[in-house]
Design a protein around this ligand. Structure first.
Ligand code: FUB
Length: 572
């Protein structure tokens, strides 16, 4: 079949399209790793990948709020394009679909997670949940569909109205779940399914061949464990897979009920019943993750989002992509990667590499892990905070949190941020920092002063010590015979700078990964020499595949002034 479409002049050939009239990207960039675009110049969320004619298109939402706004501001969609995610070469098409301009019935706000697929007619259908100009319903998010001859638009509304609304799912009922996060899937027999789901319910309906009308009953899918939102269905070797946002507050994967992890379920039919198999990725830094999984260029890829870009936040997210490996029909847990992995970031904060324990933590909704996530938050949500709240009548006078390292390390200060709220949380009446001394047990650090001002960053310096554990103990503000609980969003532990960061060299032979030392001896003024763990950058096996030399960077724990370097010589 060859046809020339009137709308754009694109040539459709047997279901493929020749992108003669493909719009020009608004920018091209090279990505050094996740987040794909991490410089904070454009925030993106809800990645929905589509592999067409050797290119990977990622249709994505656009996060636009200023840093201090704690809610979604999403008014349009963008598309990221690459031939090969490993190349790091990307195009970005900003403002590719603007609901304001495409849908007469939409307010133009809340352009949430959509999904673009190619229909049997070779055209592209982008299902998007946007706000409907209808204020009579309990919730006016509705799924619209935009169509185009190419995956980059221009987009048109083929039906002039929403495709699925609250009314279609719940009729006149006042209670239900937001109609968002659509996902399209065409089975081998040509049956077209539209899925969506949020707030714990996943739904599906068949579409007719127009791709823009429902064809049958809406059903609620069953069998998932801890389904929260964002169903993404695909088929591999006859098995249907659904990956989704998994959420169960108070568990190891999602301590706070504001976080989500990524899980997958399988079924023998595209509508379930589903059986949850395993986790693919534990929660990321942002409260939402919105996963998708696709085969492209002979590899499988997971896309999701985080708040790891410069200036990022829970509502200023950035999309990420990592390779997925299979073991037979099992999806293996994905190794999350970053352009600059957390343990390689230049900081003197030792808290990130410590094991963290506490006398108590209110989980859910809060999360003890927030103390050492390395990010004092701008907009605070529960997973960004440790709380000792046990009720308004707690007789517990004090609580503690403790960092323990695998080896003794030099420490010379802490940074902390307390908060208060109208609900019984106050900064502590007093607090202190102790270190563990092998001989004498817990001893208070010397020379420290302990401010308690809420909502500002507090730095406390003290006489340097070498220790394997540091503990902060907080006394609650008394009221009658009760004690107020407290909230801490971040607790850093600072290492003093070493006198010098050494560099080294070693030899390896072709094909053999160099054996980099796990620790390095550093000299510290007053404290003498201390062996400190080193985190090395991952080495691409290409580097030692032939004779030559290259340099690897390493980050010594607690050393923020620069990287160690190791020169590697590869001999034949
Ligand atoms: O981006 C807005 C909403 O947040 C999406 O629809 C959800 O999947 C979550 O990522």
């Amino acid at each position: 079949m060859t046809q020339l479409t009137a709308a754009t002049g694109l040539l459709l050939v047997a279901g493929t399209f020749l992108a003669s009239a493909a719009p020009k990207p608004t920018r091209t960039f090279h990505s050094g790793g996740n987040p794909i675009l991490g410089d904070g110049s454009y925030f993106s969320a809800d990645a929905a990948p589509l592999s067409v004619d050797g290119k990977l298109y990622i249709h994505a939402g656009h996060d636009e709020p200023p840093p201090e706004v704690g809610g979604f501001v999403m008014d349009d969609y963008g598309v990221f394009v690459t031939k090969n995610p490993s190349s790091g070469d990307w195009e970005l098409h900003e403002d590719n679909l603007d609901p304001d301009k495409v849908f007469d019935w939409a307010t133009g706000n809340r352009a949430y997670a959509g999904h673009c697929i190619q229909g049997p007619d070779g055209r592209f259908y982008w299902y998007v949940p946007v706000e409907w100009k209808n204020d009579e319903l309990p919730n006016n998010m509705a799924i619209g569909v935009a169509v185009s001859d190419g995956p980059l638009g221009p987009w048109k509304d083929p039906i002039g109205k929403p495709l699925v609304t609250w009314k279609d799912v719940f009729g006149d009922a006042r209670h239900g779940q937001e109609v968002i996060d659509p996902h399209g899937f065409i089975d081998d027999d040509g049956t077209i399914y539209l899925y969506w789901g949020s707030w714990g319910a996943a739904r599906v309906v068949k579409l007719d061949d127009s791709m823009a009308a429902m064809d049958g009953e809406i059903t609620t899918m069953t069998g998932f464990e801890a389904f929260y939102e964002a169903p993404w269905v695909f088929k591999r070797n006859g098995t249907y897979y659904c990956i989704y946002d998994w959420k169960l507050g108070g568990t190891e994967y999602t301590p706070s009920n504001y976080q989500a992890a990524i899980a997958y379920a399988t079924a023998s039919s595209p509508t379930g019943p589903w059986k949850t198999r395993d986790m693919i990725l534990w929660g990321t830094s942002s409260t939402t993750v919105h996963p998708s999984l696709i085969e492209h260029g002979g590899k499988w890829w997971l896309t999701y989002h985080t708040k790891d870009a410069e200036g990022g936040g829970h509502f200023r997210r950035s999309i990420a992509i990592d390779e997925v490996r299979w073991d037979g029909d099992r999806i293996l847990p994905v190794d999350q990667t970053w352009a600059n992995p957390p343990l390689l970031q230049l900081t003197n904060n030792l808290a990130r590499e410590a094991a963290l324990t506490a006398s108590f933590s209110e989980e859910p909704p809060m999360s003890l892990a927030a103390l050492h996530d390395g990010r004092p938050p701008v907009v605070r949500l529960p997973p960004d905070m440790w709380s000792t709240y046990r009720g308004n009548d707690s007789k517990v006078e004090s609580d503690w949190a403790q960092y323990t390292w695998e080896v003794p390390l030099p420490v010379s200060g802490v940074g902390i941020q307390f908060h208060q709220d109208p609900n019984w949380h106050l900064p502590p009446a007093e607090w202190k920092v102790e270190y563990r001394d092998d001989k004498d047990g817990w001893r208070e650090v010397r020379g420290a002063k302990y401010p308690t001002t809420p909502d500002e960053w507090i730095t406390v310096d003290f006489e340097p010590v070498i220790t394997q554990a540091l503990r902060a103990t907080f006394k609650g503000q008394p009221e009658g015979d009760y004690f107020h609980s407290m909230i801490v969003s971040e607790w850093e532990v600072h290492s003093p700078p070493a006198d010098k960061l050494p560099s080294g060299s070693l030899i390896t032979s072709v094909g053999k990964a160099p054996k980099l030392p796990e620790s390095v001896k550093l000299e510290f003024n007053q404290l003498g020499s201390v062996r400190v763990p080193v985190h090395w950058r991952r080495i691409d096996p290409e580097k030692y595949a032939k004779p030559g030399t290259f340099t690897v960077e390493g980050k010594a724990a607690g050393q923020g002034a620069g990287y160690l370097t190791m020169k590697v010589t590869v001999t034949p």
